[in-house]
Design a protein. Structure first.
Lengths: 238, 134
């Protein structure tokens, strides 16, 4: 391997992608809090729109198909109309309690996880070590713990446990997105309300692993804010 | 010695995402290029397990043609058919093409493992080829 050549090539790649740590004058930087706010709002918006879609399709199923009802259901596009009897709450952007409807949350989960999956695939390719390919699953999970977490949250996973048979447990004791959520001193209710916010990182982890060819199922749980645990189960293609 | 090259980006399901012919092309070999690259994919898979580097040099030979390969971390293969041996130039070409591919991936409207149809991508690949291969 011609070392100076590889070194310049890597330097070129990193410089072009603005990854080499030199703050070029052309670099545009975004405040990290903006990302956090976006992510929190993402969950709320998805829940709200899924709720509206669901309510709309239920109304369509029940309605006799008169134009007016269809027009009301057409308010799914997001423009608020005058509340009719069928629509209970006007459009507010916050909600007090996680909607009890588990089917609704199931749909929100699928959407969030899919978004995370797509992000994860691109993140993996973008931030994978440039001249070295990771072959071992444990190496890949470590890459997730260190590099991906560093990129997203500016810190690393606190604890990684594995049973060397395809199960990895990642523990983050100060999960960044939970730090700004008031937890009622870590009550169980707060943990339940925070559930939707970790579905996106689940999807991201699954996307990163998938782009290295490892099929997994990722589950996340939180026992008390701001701690959260991700469990990665490698699904072998049988 | 004619300087013709055939460059292809092959996705994870072994179908080409992008192909281009660089330099002067001889008519009879157009269909053959795809065939050679496809046959070389097996050898790329073998070579992948031999080294952890991304650039696998020449993996296969067919008559006068050499096949060089570069594997990205997410198993997308950049393949180049060439006659001349130019290890370093080809490595630099591959690295820059990888960079271009990353930028394509960062486009949220581009679904990974689908055809790359951007005209700008095509133009840039040709510029890179002129820079490194000719």
């Amino acid at each position: 391997m011609n070392n100076p050549q590889t070194a310049t090539a890597t330097a070129n790649l990193l410089a072009a992608l603005s990854l080499d740590g030199k703050d070029g004058a052309n670099d545009r930087q975004v405040n990290g809090s903006a990302l956090e706010l976006l992510m929190s709002e993402l969950v709320n918006t998805l829940t709200r729109t899924t709720q509206e879609t669901k309510r709309g399709s239920e109304m369509l199923a029940q309605s006799s198909g008169t134009k007016e009802e269809l027009a009301d259901a057409g308010a799914l596009a997001g423009t608020p109309k005058r509340s009719t009897g069928a629509r209970s709450s006007p459009m507010v952007s916050g909600w007090q309690e996680v909607p009890d409807d588990s089917e609704l949350m199931e749909q929100v989960y699928v959407k969030l996880e899919l978004i995370g999956f797509r992000i994860g695939r691109r993140l993996a390719e973008r931030f994978a070590p440039p001249n070295r390919r990771l072959s071992d699953t444990l190496d890949i999970v470590k890459f997730v713990c260190k590099d991906i977490w560093m990129v997203m949250f500016n810190r690393q996973i606190d604890n990684l446990k594995t049973n060397h048979r395809g199960i990895y447990v990642l523990q983050d004791n100060k999960f960044k997105w939970f730090l700004h959520m008031s937890g009622n001193n870590g009550g169980a209710a707060a943990a339940r309300r925070a559930q939707p916010y970790i579905w996106l990182p689940c999807g991201i982890i699954r996307g990163v692993l998938d782009s290295f060819g490892v099929n997994t199922v990722v589950i996340a749980e939180t026992l008390g804010l701001p701690q959260c645990t991700f469990q990665i189960k490698v699904v072998s293609d049988a | 010695m004619s300087s013709t090259y055939y460059f292809a980006i092959v996705g994870t399901n072994d179908s080409p995402l992008y192909e281009t012919e660089l330099g002067v092309q001889r008519d009879e070999s157009k269909y053959l290029n795809q065939f050679i690259v496809h046959a070389a994919l097996d050898l790329v898979d073998d070579a992948q397990f031999m080294s952890t580097a991304c650039y696998l040099k020449i993996v296969d030979r067919y008559n006068d043609w050499n096949v060089s390969a570069y594997v990205t971390p997410s198993n997308t293969r950049l393949m180049l058919l060439h006659e001349a041996k130019a290890d370093d130039a080809i490595r630099l070409f591959f690295t820059d093409c990888h960079e271009l591919y990353l930028k394509t991936l960062l486009n949220p409207f581009y679904e990974p493992n689908t055809l790359i149809q951007s005209q700008a991508f095509d133009t840039k690949v040709n510029v890179l080829a002129k820079k490194y291969l000719f």
